[in-house]
Design a protein around this ligand. Structure first.
Ligand code: PEP
Ligand code: MG
Length: 897
């Protein structure tokens, strides 16, 4: 087996398609080399070595050393320098991790590896630049000491130990703040001495001097970091299998820190926050790459590079075009300029906000870089909700005082109680608070806190730090580097414009403008919501709105499944249709009784002890229902409406408090004791498994009768107005064919009665929900009379897993942390388990009734992964809440491409 893949001087063993084996970074370094871009030579140790490492108690394949030696030889030849050379110019290398997708939390980078007390002298001699050589050495000991030797902040320490040494030295020597690039060669020498002493003190061992020991140590640290906590948290969040492993890249150093004609930068070929076709990024003159992301010095905007270094800038602009043409996507790049010459150190598809994804995809179709199907795939369905996320109420913002301004790193509006560390942010979120995570700099350790927070505010650091990228990808609102915000971790306070905020106080941030406000600001809907829901003309004229509508149009062209909505009112229906829903997949009729005095009639019905009393209550409910259905049918104009018969878990409707009971007693003119007695009679130990669903209609057929009448009378009234109607009456919680038949018989009888009473004909269907395992397993029998199935995956998950949908919060976290659940199964369909029940029901249903209509109306209908599953098992539609309709449409279209 080959373990090492080299690249350099226009040739490469690997290519961009080999990400599984070489990781993203390695594959693209090979690819850039192949297309003739200036890439310093190097080699990739493949991900198979990582797998081997963990399968063989952290050891390496025997042939690895020889392959690495050949890789180093190749670099030496191209660079004209020798690894460990104490006489001439020594070859130094950078060691970087490189998983298939870039992963915050992994060991990132070690630069200048190969230096020791001898090679630092030969480097100084060969470059005639002593300050530079010792700067490299100092940096190397710091990075290597930190990530490989583990010289890090200990419990109770506030600052990184190497930083403490530097700060102490600066203040002793200069009595003030001085930037790193102003330190002299002698200063760097002194720091090297102190760093080595620190390493000795903390590890009990000297700093490794042999370059090969250094190299093996660094590679081992990369592989080791694959299993560190932060990497594991990240993989869990993004469902990355641990088995993928990481690669290690070893690349010849080029130097951005040799003087004023050198520098390092990170950039995006287009703006990843708003999507504009403008080169975007940051750089520093006389610095190595780490300085740009570390936030030690504040980097310059890349737009000024043209004036600072015109020739390499022009070259960079050419590279920008070549990369976009070649990869047909926006690239996130790292580059170094060494004495006026440009080198490319990395390229990858840039992480972006949902707004940027949309604009990139629309622009690139116009530029003929991609076709419309690709444009659909370029908009991640899970991110689309970001576009629909609220913005601050404009009137509120106008009134609010801007306390500080930072860089807009993740768009959207967020208000929340501030917390100054990840742990407390997570706890606050668990208590149900809206959280704003506030940190001086964002680092991968903050990941958990970021996941818990609505938004992230930092006082230092640039927009290109890993954590800022992560914030954008997660769709978190993020403001970075707000210098006017002072954070005191000890006192747990944040001070801005003289105002002091304590942990738990509200602050607000606007990730689109970068502004920071005190208190809680009101939010307003996004342009897309305003345009679609309110028909706001100004919103509809925006590029974002138009791009969104274009995307939805393309989705329509690509999709096989349609998307319906779960709606209980005409207004919800209207919104869903505006988002492109093709009808109603679920109306929960019991929800129509949550409001106003309707609940009283409903309670009267539930509490009734005699048939007469129940019928009396039902006759009060009938007009409400008929009116609702009339409204819904009118809005639908002939699109289908699946209306489910009453399915109230009774506990949701009973009056439980003294006050409610007294109130109801008065309204119904009965003794409160009667009510208390009835509530106690109706008490259930497992209401979700109790007297609900079709069990209610079987015990009290008059309920089904009333509902069928309301539906069909409304249908008749609307049909008479020459508006088409398509009611689909749905029987809930069916596990036995007989249950369905008993209920369907009533529905068919009432339909006939209403048609003859009203002298009008209309089409209708009667079908069932498949939401208990027995229903799925006996779907062939149920389908004999049921004309459609709709998968109620909320209850199907609840009953298949035997986990209460209402009580699972108590153990969800440990279940996710221990990998029992990859994701919350009530949000993302458990395709392995519950999925089998669905597949079985689909097959059995079709066996009996080949053209049976199949859909899903559980919460999973709006979850992108679950939508893909629904497409694959051949459902005709998914149904979800109105605001998730666009997400489902996008996911359905992507599944079909
Ligand atoms: C379901 O169980 O998936 C469903 C849609 O019904 P409900 O959520 O109302 O129980
Ligand atoms: Mg259900």
């Amino acid at each position: 087996v080959k373990y090492v893949y080299t690249w350099g001087a226009g040739k490469a063993d690997g290519n961009g398609g080999m990400k599984a084996l070489l990781g993203g970074k390695g594959a693209n370094l090979a690819e850039m080399t192949r297309i003739g871009l200036p890439v310093p030579p190097g080699f990739t140790i493949s991900t198979e070595v990582c797998t081997y490492f963990y399968d063989n108690s952290r050891t390496y394949p025997v042939s690895l050393q020889a392959e690495m030696e050949a890789g180093v030889k190749n670099m030496e030849k191209i660079m004209g320098a020798k690894f460990g050379d104490a006489k001439g110019m020594p070859l130094l290398v950078a060691v970087r991790s490189g998983a298939r997708d870039s992963m915050p939390g992994m060991m990132d980078t070690i630069l200048n590896l190969g230096l020791n007390d001898e090679t630092v002298l030969s480097l100084a001699a060969a470059t005639k630049n002593e300050r530079f050589a010792w700067d490299c050495y100092r940096r190397f000991i710091q990075m290597y000491g930190d990530v490989v030797l583990g010289v890090q902040k200990a419990e109770g320490e506030d600052h990184e130990p190497f930083e403490v040494v530097i700060e102490t030295f600066k203040h002793e020597t200069y009595h003030k703040d001085i930037i790193d690039s102003d330190l002299t060669a002698d200063d760097q020498k002194e720091l090297v001495k102190r760093f080595k002493a620190l390493v000795k003190e903390r590890t009990g061992k000297g700093f490794p001097t042999n370059p090969w020991d250094q190299l093996r140590g660094a590679a081992g640290a990369v592989f080791g970091s694959w299993m560190n906590d932060r990497a594991i948290v990240y993989r869990r969040k993004y469902n990355i299998p641990a088995a993928w492993g990481t690669a290690v890249n070893v690349q010849a150093m080029v130097y951005g820190n040799t003087g004023e004609t050198s520098g390092s930068g990170v950039a995006f070929t287009r703006d990843p926050a708003n999507g504009k076709n403008e080169f975007w990024g940051e750089y520093l003159i006389n610095a190595q790459g780490e300085d740009v992301v570390a936030g030690v010095r504040t980097p310059e905007n890349v737009s000024t590079l043209k004036a600072a270094l015109p020739k390499p800038y022009a070259e960079l602009m050419k590279v920008r075009t070549i990369l976009e043409k070649h990869f047909t996507d926006v690239q996130d790049i790292e580059f170094t300029v060494q004495e006026g010459k440009l080198f490319m150190l990395q390229t990858r598809n840039g992480k972006r906000t949902a707004a940027a994804s949309l604009k990139f995809s629309m622009d690139m179709v116009k530029e003929k870089l991609i076709d419309w199907e690709t444009a659909i795939l370029r908009n991640p369905a899970e991110q689309l909700e970001q576009l629909l996320a609220p913005i601050f109420d404009l009137a509120d913002v106008a009134k609010a005082k801007t306390l500080a301004t930072g860089l807009p790193a993740g768009p959207g509006a967020a208000s929340g109680k501030i917390y100054l560390n990840a742990e407390r942010a997570v706890l606050a979120e668990a208590r149900g608070e809206k959280v704003l995570l506030v940190r001086t700099e964002t680092s991968p350790e903050d990941l958990r806190g970021m996941i818990a927070a609505e938004g992230i505010l930092t006082s230092k650091g640039g927009v290109s730090s890993h954590a800022a990228l992560v914030a954008r990808q997660m769709g978190k609102v993020c403001v970075c580097g707000a210098g006017g915000v002072e954070i005191d971790y000890d006192k747990k306070t944040v001070t801005a414009a003289g105002k002091v905020f304590k942990e738990g106080d509200f602050m607000s941030i606007d990730g689109t403008s970068g502004k920071v406000f005190g208190g809680e600001l009101k939010t307003a809907p996004s342009e897309i919501i305003s345009g679609i829901v309110s028909g706001d003309k100004a919103a509809m004229a925006t590029e974002k709105f138009k791009g969104f509508q274009q995307l939805m149009k393309w989705c329509e062209q690509a999709t096989r499944m349609s998307v319906r909505t779960n709606a209980d009112t005409p207004e919800q229906t209207r919104i869903a249709l505006a988002f492109g829903a093709k009808g109603i997949g679920l109306t929960r009729t019991e929800h129509m009784f949550f409001e106003g005095d309707r609940i009283d009639a409903m309670r009267e019905m539930i509490l009734a002890t005699t048939l007469e009393a129940r019928k009396a209550a039902l006759s009060k409910l009938l007009p409400y229902q008929r009116e609702d259905f009339t409204g819904i049918f009118t809005v639908l104009k002939g699109l289908p409406a699946t209306i489910r018969l009453l399915d109230p878990p009774l506990h949701e409707f009973l009056p439980h408090s003294k006050e409610q009971q007294n109130d109801l007693a008065k309204k119904l003119g009965v003794k409160v004791e009667t009510i208390i007695q009835r509530v106690s009679d109706l008490h259930e130990f497992n209401p979700m498994l109790g007297h609900r669903g079709c069990r209610l209609g079987i015990a009290y057929p008059e309920i089904t009768e009333m509902q069928a009448r309301a539906i069909f009378e409304a249908a008749a009234d609307v049909a008479k107005k020459k508006i088409k109607v398509k009611p689909e009456v749905m029987i809930p919680l069916v596990g036995f064919k007989k249950e369905f038949d008993l209920q369907a018989e009533i529905v068919h009888r009432v339909a006939k009665e209403v048609m003859s009473e009203k002298k009008v004909k209309f089409e209708y269907q009667v079908g069932t929900m498949i939401e208990v395992p027995r229903g799925a397993l006996t779907a062939d029998q149920i389908a004999e009379n049921a004309e459609f199935f709709s998968f109620g995956t909320n209850d199907l998950t609840q009953t298949a897993l035997g986990i209460s949908r209402d009580d699972m919060g108590a153990f969800l976290l440990p279940y996710v942390e221990n990998d029992v659940f990859a994701k919350n199964p009530f949000a993302t369909l458990d395709t392995t388990g519950v999925g089998q029940l669905i597949e079985t029901a689909v097959a059995k249903g079709r066996q009996t009734r080949p053209d049976i209509k199949l859909g899903i109306c559980g919460e999973h209908g709006g979850d992108p992964d679950s939508v893909v599953f629904c497409h694959n098992v051949g459902l005709a539609y998914v149904s979800c809440s109105p605001y998730r309709v666009p997400v489902a449409r996008l996911a359905a279209a992507q599944a079909a491409i």
